[in-house]
Ligand binder design. Sequence first.
Ligand code: PEP
Length: 252
Amino acid sequence: MREILVAGNWKMNGSSSGSEELVDGIVAGVPAGNGFELLVCPPFPYLAAVAARLAGSGVKLGAQNVSEHDAGAYTGEVAPAMLKDVGCQYVIVGHSERRAMYDESSARVAAKFQSAQAAGLTPILCVGETLSERENGQTEAVVDEQLGAVVDAAGVAAFESAVIAYEPVWAIGTGMTATPEQAQDVHRHIREQLAMQDKVVADGVQILYGGSMKGDNAAGLLAMQDIDGGLIGGASLKAAVFLAIAAAAASN
Ligand code: PEP
């Protein structure tokens, strides 16, 4: 039985006081229930302060990016061990904004995935197609390439302790959400791809949906067989809105 994971990606938003207010609001309103987990991914400078406020709450902490290197002369980068050191359990790798704006190749994403795992972090591997790729019938090919790069580098067993987020690029920050059926089709495909190599791993891995998930569409998406949670951007920046998605997960 896979738990539902509701993860907030705060992106490059907020301030010191705003992050603390947001996390306090989330911690104060965590819905009762079993079978779901909550995770917040603040910007790097706020991780330690958010970690302190999450202590004992059960809400988990993640980062939005990580270096593929362990230490050394990589100005501006943050090592996996540093994230672990400040209390992170998860890290997002391969978000479409990083692939598109910072030229992160699938090979580099795979290296980040591996270095994160080596440091004891759970990577959340983002995959997903652009609108033109979808319209050209390339959705599965795109997802296969992004997933395949990591499977080839790390092996399918690495997904015993990793999460996948299917995030159609056309749905991120646009207000356009994939229908539950559209999302389920891709989630099922991802699971089938992994199952060809290891059915147990495929059955166990959490596959989140991301792309304009909100309180009013979360229940429909989370009801689908292969959708195991959400990676939420805009709707994770207000405690009440994020908690509405958490409530949908808690009643799933
Ligand atoms: C994201 O960036 O991961 C995301 C899903 O953003 P939004 O929820 O704002 O579409």
